[in-house]
Design a protein around this ligand. Structure first.
Ligand SMILES: [Zn+2]
Ligand SMILES: [Zn+2]
Length: 171
């Protein structure tokens, strides 16, 4: 497999580079930093002051990617219908996914700096890419495919697929 990493709007280049390095270790595949794209203006919901993640995902589907899998990274505060916010979203059919760094920050990342933010974003990135590799959610709280309702869930889960999920990965 291979992955295109695409920033949607401005992302700190250091974060993008470290995400690339981390994903290459976890998946053992080449990760390419692609051309960045703008946050689609029509994704903005004025009443909520947030962006609809489905619209961002739609924009990524049109992205001319060079790799089999695409992961968008944004700072935009994203939501989807029925959820106040989401850490990310995936389209397993088109192998396109995205994560937002926005809700991954809290008082701990302010104290701890970028290390914790990077750890959280890497977990969510692996999680969303796991969906594009055919995986659903896992009940094992330590498995990266466990669903994160809150940052506590993200901090509890690990960076890797559990022994039940790993064999199910379909490239
Ligand atoms: Zn999920
Ligand atoms: Zn699992």
């Amino acid at each position: 497999m291979n992955i295109d990493l695409v920033s949607i709007g401005d992302i700190h280049p250091g974060i993008l580079q470290q995400l690339k390095d981390g994903l290459e270790v976890v998946f053992g595949c080449p990760v390419r930093i692609g051309e960045s794209i703008e946050i689609p203006g029509d994704a903005f919901d004025r009443a909520r002051d947030q962006y609809l993640s489905d619209t961002l995902l739609d924009r990524l589907r049109q992205y001319e990617h060079k790799s089999k899998h695409v992961l968008g990274v944004t700072e935009a505060d994203i939501f989807t219908h029925g959820l106040n916010f989401v850490f990310g979203q995936a389209d397993s059919v088109n192998r396109v996914a995205l994560i937002s760094l926005n809700q991954l920050r809290d008082e701990h990342t302010l104290e701890g700096g970028d290390k914790l933010l990077l750890e959280r974003s890497l977990k969510e990135a692996v999680h969303e890419l796991g969906h594009t590799l055919g995986l659903g959610h896992c009940e094992d709280v330590k498995c990266v495919m466990h669903f994160s309702n809150s940052l506590v869930d993200t901090d509890v889960k690990g960076l890797y697929f559990c022994s039940r999920c790993r064999p199910k990965l379909i490239e």
